[in-house]
Design a protein around this ligand. Structure first.
Ligand code: GDP
Length: 610
């Protein structure tokens, strides 16, 4: 199946190429694997077969057949029915996010690349999370098997061939490494097994050991993708020559063409001259396709010609560049629909508007502000925040403006931890930056989603700890002291006496009370000979000065026991929120204080529901 018109006219419906994406942690070999697969597609294709699309590459059925040839003895029954596989060229989950489709993804299946020597890394976990959320099935490419020390490379051979040529201890090492992946996948919520041992592909994720560098295992990877989609996804792959549906992968400036959109068409047909509706910054854009552009085949490249050739129509599945007026405000990640007839236009506009409004957020709630470069990444960031129960006040595509700071500052005044702007891959306008500094609005930026969220959460934790430390510092702790006989230095104004701390702690500023609950004044200073102390704990003997209503000899006397006078509110916090912040010794003193206080206030120290 090529993208030429002539093949289509004779039939109304066909099975399209499944759309495949490659995800995984940075440096685990996504790009190398895609290059290898593309290389295979180019060298083994039949003459005239188009493999290069815009933003995607096709591995045609003829290539799949050739690659699967040596596997015949292992899997004799595999028959290739799909016209090929369409690989999205840019790996990683930022672009994957843009392959969004309400409640799912335009991608039919994914390859999760894991460096077998390293195992799972943060972006591996994040990729799995996103695949789960978008309900995309996947297989695991356990990459870089050639790096297992002692591995003998057999370029481009099937894994099942090359493994037979390795020595037993290498085979064992490989098994260990695969086992690690199996347990990590289990942790992520998936049953997994080496592909040739999987009994039920609906319940078990297949792991294919590969080397993107030498090509070992790549035949099985392609055969497995083919087999799985043919077995479980045929219905999803049926399309017909109805008006095309797609998604905007990227919005790009092209010299001589202005703003163009690179789209993946997953359903139907799109012609030059068709009316299309696509999501825009302020409202859906309605425009007419001026040109459908495909990459110019390499052999036809001449200096004076552009990189693209114009075609009359393309059919699903395909990656194509669309040139049309008014695309400046188009949003990556937005749906694109071909309008079948004039009277359907309003319906399509509504569809696009609703879909975009379902991702953007604009509320009066207290929550963070999110700005991202595309609808897809915006949705992914918002989803990641939701997973962490972080409320969002505003979420939109575009650079950070003064208005965003204003919105964040509203949250900041009530809940400082939410008075922030979370920025993915967009600029912060200069005036916004200055305004944010003035308004105490913190801006978080990163071009990896999980890092962005991690940075923010780390900061919130710090903030909460600071707040907690501040609140704790403001609470009066339980303390019990005895006035030492023979150490009355001054009787009043302020009274200065020697005391021994019998339990808990005393600090300057703490009010004191007698055993019968009578308030005595506040500790001014604590001294140990010439040293002024910040506090004194159990066992310490110190001199304290007491300001306020106290006359030694009248209100208190040598040998008397005094307590810190803990306000009811503080006692409540000690018994609830901060009950783990008191030492056993302080807890005992608190109990005694509660007994004293209860005589004046029966509700003192009562904790309901706790
Ligand atoms: P990406 O960030 O996931 O796209 O990773 P790349 O494809 O850029 O690969 C990162 C590095 O690993 C590069 O230096 C590659 O040459 C190397 N690499 C990728 N796959 C393999 C492999 O199968 N074997 C070996 N030995 N190196 C590999």
């Amino acid at each position: 199946m090529s993208n030429d018109v002539s093949n289509v006219d004779s039939r109304k419906s066909w099975i399209r190429q499944p759309i495949v994406v490659v995800l995984g942690h940075v440096d685990h070999g996504k790009t190398t694997l895609l290059d290898k697969i593309r290389g295979t597609a180019v060298t083994k294709k039949e003459p005239g077969e188009i493999t290069q699309h815009v933003g995607a590459s096709i591995v045609p059925a003829s290539v799949l057949r050739k690659v699967a040839e040596p596997l015949k003895k292992y899997f004799p029954k595999v028959k290739i029915e799909i016209p090929g596989l369409l690989f999205v060229d840019t790996p990683g989950h930022e672009l994957f996010s843009n392959l969004r489709r309400r409640g799912g993804s335009v991608a039919d299946i994914a390859i999760l690349v894991v460096d077998i020597m390293e195992g799972f890394k943060p972006q591996t976990w994040e990729s799995i999370q996103i695949l789960k959320e978008r309900k995309v099935p996947f297989i695991v490419a356990a990459n870089k098997i050639d790096r297992i020390p002692g591995w003998k490379s057999n370029p481009d051979q099937p894994f099942l061939e090359t493994i037979r040529k390795q020595s037993p201890h290498i085979v064992n090492r490989l098994e260990e490494l695969i086992y690690r992946l199996i347990s990590q996948l289990y942790e992520a919520g998936f049953m997994a097994e080496r592909f040739d041992r999987v009994k039920d592909f609906r319940t078990t994720v297949a792991i294919v050991p590969v080397s993107a560098k030498t090509g070992e295992g790549v035949p099985e990877l392609l055969a497995l993708l083919t087999g799985l989609v043919q077995r479980f996804m045929k219905k999803r792959l049926v399309t017909s020559d109805e008006p095309g549906k797609g998604v905007v992968l990227e919005v790009k400036e092209e010299p001589g063409l202005g703003t163009t959109i690179d789209v993946i068409i997953y359903d139907g047909v799109i012609h030059r001259g068709d009316t299309i509706v696509v999501g825009g910054k302020d409202k859906p854009i309605v425009t007419k396709v001026r040109a459908l552009l495909m990459p110019r085949p390499l052999q036809d490249m001449r200096a004076h010609e552009g990189k693209f050739v114009s075609v009359e129509q393309v059919v699903a599945a395909t990656g194509v560049k669309i040139s049309a007026p008014d695309l400046d405000d188009a949003l990556a990640g937005s749906p694109i629909f071909v309008v079948s007839s004039e009277d359907k236009l309003e319906e399509y506009i509504k569809l696009v508007r609703e879909e975009i409004e379902s991702i953007r957020i604009k509320t009066d709630n207290i929550g963070v502000v999110v700005k991202a470069d595309t609808l897809g990444t915006l949705e992914a960031v918002v989803e990641a925040l939701k997973r962490e129960n972080i409320p969002v006040r505003l979420a939109d595509v575009g650079p950070v403006s003064k208005n965003d700071v204003l919105e964040a500052s509203v949250s900041e005044k009530q809940r400082p931890e939410y008075g922030v702007i979370i920025v993915f891959n967009v600029k912060v306008l200069h005036e916004a930056e200055e305004y944010a500094a003035r308004e105490n609005v913190k801006i978080f930026r990163h071009n990896i989603i999980y890092k962005l969220i991690e940075d923010y959460i780390g900061w919130v934790k710090q903030l909460r700890e600071q707040e907690k430390a501040k609140e704790l510092e403001s609470l009066i702790r339980p303390g019990k002291i005895r006035i030492l006989p023979g150490y009355i230095f001054r009787r009043s104004n302020p009274a200065i006496v020697g005391v021994e701390v019998i339990g808990g702690v005393i600090k300057p500023g703490y009010p004191l009370m007698r055993k019968d609950g009578m308030r005595l004044g506040t500790i001014m200073q604590i001294r140990d000979r010439d040293n002024v102390l910040k506090e004194a704990r159990t066992g310490q003997a110190v001199a304290i000065s007491i300001r306020g209503r106290i006359l030694v000899g009248r209100h208190v006397d040598e040998g008397d026991i005094l307590y810190t006078d803990i306000p009811k509110q503080h006692a409540h916090l000690w018994l609830t929120k901060y009950k783990n912040e008191l030492s056993d010794d302080e807890k005992m003193v608190l109990k005694e204080i509660i007994e004293i206080k209860k005589k004046q206030d029966p509700f003192y120290g009562l904790v309901f529901g706790g």
